[in-house]
Write a protein that binds this ligand. Structure first.
Ligand SMILES: Nc1ncnc2c1ncn2[C@@H]1O[C@H](COP(=O)(O)OP(=O)(O)OP(=O)(O)O)[C@@H](O)[C@H]1O
Ligand SMILES: [Mg+2]
Length: 381
């Protein structure tokens, strides 16, 4: 039974259909990386579980590739340890690690056919010809390219080449597959198809996938969990739902989804805690355990804000600046006491014209208060 068959059986046997197990599989412990004086990564702690689809998400230059290269063995950490399945791998060369990496450039051999390219990835010594054939056939079926085995790679589409690169990395049945922005070269339609395809492949083989992207929508739609990184520092680790509903700091609130951000101070007002930001004063529900006053950012998701007629008995008075139709919703930008606030509203029939007066309303807990103090987690252990 190959790893693929076994994983498939496990998935099918699991009544709830959840293939992710709970034990730690890939552990990044206090890993830091310096290039001369440049701190590419500050002390990072991450625990990735067996069978997880885990994404590293962050802007260009934040250290994603550096972390992947250290996991794969192409770069040595300046300090810290990397463990896979309970054993340290930092002293192992890339080919001796239970990992395989799909590089953004793909690095395929254009004049070899699909089968030869995949065979090139096979590094298990002493395989018989039949064993090699069986392994390649198995992985070709996983990536659904059985009919293309003898075709030269240069005669394949971008998406098909992408799948060959993934097959070449999968053929050794790595415990951990590292994918560094593997979809960035594809156009948006193909990219969406490949996102689904990758998820399907991952469920099918049951390996742990570490996926790098700077596209938050891509990370949100594909991942079991995401680590958000900025400027070499881990910002937050969580499921897409957690990151969306409970961003831990200003960076995450800004990077994931769409929010209006109010920078200011939280203090005690006459009727309870308020966030003061410029001329604006908004009642708020600050997190427990932070003594007032404190500096903070209030984050208000565009879709949490309702736009009501001026005559409505509730809400804050505002003036419409602009409105933009997006199909399923309309994005309305308003001036509220000198602050620009955006709302994504479903079609209501209400006329929302630039210059008109409206009222903006939201649930009290929709304004998320993010203290400016350092709340970056040291670890998700
Ligand atoms: N070999 C190197 N020597 C010196 N500095 C490096 C080296 N490799 C990376 N860096 C620096 O380390 C930081 C992190 O780079 P890294 O390639 O990990 O970013 P990234 O998040 O993958 O960015 P991108 O999304 O653009 O691929 C950057 O400031 C980069 O300039
Ligand atoms: Mg990179």
């Amino acid at each position: 039974m190959t790893m693929f068959d076994q994983a498939q059986t496990e998935v099918m046997n699991d009544a709830k259909g959840a293939s992710v197990q709970t034990e730690a599989y890939l552990e990044i412990r206090d890993v830091a990386k310096l290039f001369g004086d440049t701190v590419a990564l500050e002390r990072v702690n991450l625990t990735i579980r067996k069978g997880e689809f885990f994404s590293l998400l962050g802007p260009s230059g934040c250290g994603k590739t550096t972390l992947m290269r250290m996991i794969g063995g192409f770069e040595a950490p300046s300090s810290g340890d990397i463990r896979i399945d309970g054993s340290s791998v930092v002293h192992l060369a890339p080919h001796s690690r239970p990992t395989n990496m799909v590089f953004q450039s793909l690095a395929l051999f254009p004049h070899l056919n699909v089968r030869e390219n995949i065979a090139f990835g096979l590094r298990i010594a002493g395989l018989s010809k039949k064993e090699m054939r069986d392994k390649i056939a198995s992985v070709l079926s996983v990536i659904r390219l059985e009919d293309f085995a003898d075709r030269e790679v240069s005669a394949l589409s971008g998406g098909q080449q992408q799948r060959v690169a993934i097959a070449r990395a999968l053929v050794n049945e790595p415990k951990v597959l590292l994918l560094d922005e593997p979809l960035s070269a594809l156009d948006s339609k193909l990219r969406e198809e490949m996102q689904e395809e990758l998820r399907r492949i991952q469920k099918h083989v049951g390996s742990t996938f570490v996926f790098v992207t700077h596209d938050q929508a891509e990370a949100m739609s594909m991942s079991d969990r995401i680590a958000v990184i900025n400027d070499g520092r881990l910002q937050q680790i969580g499921t897409p739902e957690e990151l969306y509903a409970k961003p831990r700091n200003r960076f995450v609130a800004h990077f994931i989804g769409n929010s209006t951000l109010f920078d200011g101070v939280v203090e005690n007002g006459t009727a309870g805690p308020v966030l003061r930001s410029g001329d604006l004063e908004l009642s708020c529900m600050p997190p427990e355990g932070v003594s007032m006053p404190f500096k903070a950012t209030g984050a208000l998701r565009f879709e949490s804000v309702s736009v009501l007629p001026e005559a409505a008995g509730k809400g804050r008075l505002a003036t419409v600046i602009s409105r933009k139709f997006h199909g399923a919703f309309t994005r309305v930008r308003c001036d509220m006491d000198g602050c620009e606030v955006a709302a994504d509203v479903k079609p209501t029939g209400m006329a929302i014209e630039p210059g008109s007066k409206v009222r903006l309303a939201w649930e009290p807990d929709a304004l998320r208060i993010l203290p400016t103090v350092n709340t970056i987690p040291d670890s998700n252990r």
